[in-house]
Ligand binder design. Structure first.
Ligand code: ADP
Ligand code: MG
Ligand code: MG
Length: 208
């Protein structure tokens, strides 16, 4: 992944989050406070505005700027969590000028560790991690079995999609939805869905 592709990924995922604002709000209406789409769309609109002025800087600086932008504009539980995710991603690519499959694995690992720490959460808690962790596992095992980046990115999308479906079957342990206990069962987690949108956007750009 070169700089141009990387910037395209950021643009595409921002556009897709913004386009899915209402869907994410509706998911959050069922088990939260109906603002996940608005929160995320606000953050990624800001990211898009900043991107032009930072596009020539190195990956790590771009990711760090995105992190800071999300932390200061998204709000809610997801703002600091996605902020942490991008900050950890930034740390994972320090000094890099292109990104290989192994770098993406490192990014996934840093992101997951960061969200777990920040959110005191894990797989099975009905959060964004239920999309991200399976996506990481599928991506890594696909790369390890010799597949190319495109194939591995598609495997990650499939696994994230299944992860979102899985969140419908479990009760929330973390976040606002946990206040509903058993009543959170039957609904997809909004944060897992926004993570799916991001993972899908990455694959869509890599395929081009
Ligand atoms: P809020 O709940 O404050 O309104 P959002 O609606 O923007 O924030 O985000 C809710 C999403 O954040 C949830 O769907 C879930 O995926 C994620 N989330 C909440 N708490 C945690 C946590 N402790 N760890 C990981 N993800 C979390
Ligand atoms: Mg909410
Ligand atoms: Mg809220």
């Amino acid at each position: 992944i070169d700089k141009k592709t990387f910037l395209q990924i950021i643009n595409t995922l921002s556009d897709n989050i913004i386009a899915n604002k209402e869907i994410l709000n509706e998911l959050d209406m069922a088990i939260g406070d109906a603002d996940h789409g608005s929160n995320m769309a606000r953050g990624f609109s800001e990211v898009k505005k900043k991107l032009e002025s930072i596009k020539d800087l190195e990956f790590a600086i771009i990711l760090k700027t995105i992190a800071m932008t999300l932390i200061s504009t998204v709000g809610g539980a997801s703002g600091p969590l996605y902020g942490t995710a991008f900050l950890k991603a930034s740390g994972a690519v320090a000094g890099k000028e292109t990104l290989e499959a192994d770098d993406l694995i490192c990014i996934y690992e840093a992101v997951i560790t960061g969200i777990k720490q920040r959110g005191q959460s894990d797989k099975g808690h009905k959060t964004m991690l239920d999309a991200i962790i399976p996506a990481y596992e599928a991506f890594k095992s696909s790369i390890e079995s010799g597949n190319d980046l495109n194939t591995a990115a598609l495997k990650a999308v499939e696994a994230a999609d299944e992860g979102v479906e899985y969140t419908k079957t479990i009760k929330a342990i973390k976040g606002r939805a946990s206040f509903l206990g058993e009543r959170s069962i039957g609904h997809a987690d909004p944060g897992a869905t926004s993570s799916y949108i991001i993972i899908k956007s990455i694959a869509d750009v890599i395929k081009e």
